[in-house]
Unconditional design. Structure first.
Length: 164
């Protein structure tokens, strides 16, 4: 009688210690109302080894999708993690940036979906059926308002002027 092949299910895949993506923002943890705040995730391929049903399993996981929840009811699903921008990234629209319409503190959530494949006892790589959803720690954003004023004098010329 032939043994049934070992299959790593989505449940077994999700039980592995997949490291969640890091969530970052530009500017760091703050932004201005009605200005773009750039968000990006840092996640990479991960490998695991474990014993399962008397066999040695090698498992690989890599990010394939990012589900952003910006804390104000807005959501975005993308296959790109976003990226760090030169400087502080202030008010630069990116594929993962967000514009907040109101001031306040917001917790940005991110679920990263990982695909995977596995090898049993050094055999061929086989795909895991399904994607593992791995939530990141919430990222706090404080959104402020700003005011613009035109001035004709520097602070040296008028120390009592606006912004001096």
């Amino acid at each position: 009688m032939e043994e049934a092949p070992i299959v790593i299910t989505l449940t077994e895949f999700e039980s592995q210690p997949i490291i969640a993506a890091g969530v970052f923002s530009q500017p760091d943890h703050f932004g201005l109302r009605n200005a773009h705040s750039n968000f990006y995730a840092v996640a990479g391929e991960q490998e695991f080894s474990f014993e399962f049903q008397n066999a040695q399993i090698q498992l690989r996981a890599w990010p394939v999708s990012y589900e952003w929840a910006y804390g104000d009811g807005s959501h975005l699903v993308t296959t790109e993690p976003g990226a760090v921008l030169p400087g502080d990234g202030f008010d630069t629209e990116t594929p993962t940036s967000h514009l907040y319409a109101a001031t306040g503190d917001y917790f940005v959530g991110l679920d990263t979906l990982f695909a995977g494949d596995y090898s049993v006892d050094g055999g061929p790589w086989l795909p895991v059926a399904g994607l593992a959803r791995v939530p990141s720690e919430p990222h706090l954003m404080s959104i402020w308002r700003s005011e613009r004023h035109s001035v004709a004098e520097t602070c040296l010329e008028n120390p009592a002027g606006i912004g001096c």
